[in-house]
Design a protein around this ligand. Structure first.
Ligand SMILES: NC(=O)c1ccc[n+]([C@@H]2O[C@H](COP(=O)([O-])OP(=O)(O)OC[C@H]3O[C@@H](n4cnc5c(N)ncnc54)[C@H](OP(=O)(O)O)[C@@H]3O)[C@@H](O)[C@H]2O)c1
Length: 210
């Protein structure tokens, strides 16, 4: 798949690493073109592109900026009409220990409103950058889970296919509205990782009896 990553930080660079490894055609962009170039150079096969038009030709766009930058970033990358946009953001407070919005909306729903023609899917927001970068395999046959929520079947299938290509299990978490659950779930993951001291090599998953 042709994938554009917006953001060259912790998550953006981990996506570049794992998507290139999985055989995808990966472009990375950021507001600082030097950072995007640095990330692309570290992962041969990836290319850094200018922010204007970065989404052109992409099968999927991964939004890997902070939530507060989301609308500006998406509006900068070109026409998103009919594009799959994977929203990985968590609307975190400055101390990372809370959410700035929730329960009656979610960052995914607010982002969908900001880019009305795009097909937005929530996903990967419960995966720490360390887990994405190190890989989905937790040993003993255990894999980290990517939860996907969207009102678009195509967007959900696209995010699921990308996650599976990187070795993740996928749980279909329903419509985009259920990002209202996934963002607090990420909040709990962050509390456990940082607040309770479990570290960032952890990930939530769901188990079921056969
Ligand atoms: N880190 C995690 O473990 C984790 C896990 C799950 C989800 N998330 C979510 O993933 C997102 C990214 O997190 P992160 O840790 O990767 O953050 P980060 O390291 O701060 O990276 C954010 C990147 O986005 C770029 N950016 C900011 N505004 C932009 C704009 N308007 N246009 C283009 N690029 C822009 C930043 O550029 P500058 O360097 O110039 O600011 C930076 O390269 C956040 O929403 C976070 O909640 C993070």
């Amino acid at each position: 798949m042709k994938v554009t990553i917006i953001g060259a930080g912790n998550m953006g660079s981990a996506f570049v690493k794992q998507l290139v490894r999985a055989g995808h055609e990966v472009s990375v962009t950021s507001r600082d073109s030097a950072k995007a170039a640095q990330v692309a150079a570290a992962h041969p096969g990836a290319k850094a592109v200018a922010i204007a038009g970065a989404a052109n030709g992409a099968d999927a766009v991964v939004l890997a900026t902070g939530y507060e930058s989301a609308a500006a970033a998406l509006n900068a990358v070109g026409d998103l009409q009919g594009k799959v946009v994977i929203d990985i953001t968590n609307p975190l407070t400055a101390d990372y220990m809370g959410l700035t919005l929730g329960y009656s909306t979610s960052s995914a729903e607010e982002i969908a409103k900001a880019v009305p023609g795009a097909e937005v899917v929530k996903g990967f927001n419960t995966i720490f950058a360390q887990v994405l970068s190190d890989g989905a395999d937790f040993g003993d046959g255990r894999k980290a889970t990517v939860f996907v929520a969207s009102d678009s079947v195509r967007a959900k299938q696209t995010a699921a296919a990308l996650a599976q290509s990187m070795g993740f299990d996928v749980v279909d978490a329903g419509g985009l509205k259920n990002a209202r659950y996934l963002e607090p779930l990420a909040g709990l993951n962050i509390y456990l990782g940082y607040g309770a001291g479990l570290g960032t090599a952890i990930a939530p998953t769901w188990i079921h009896k056969a």
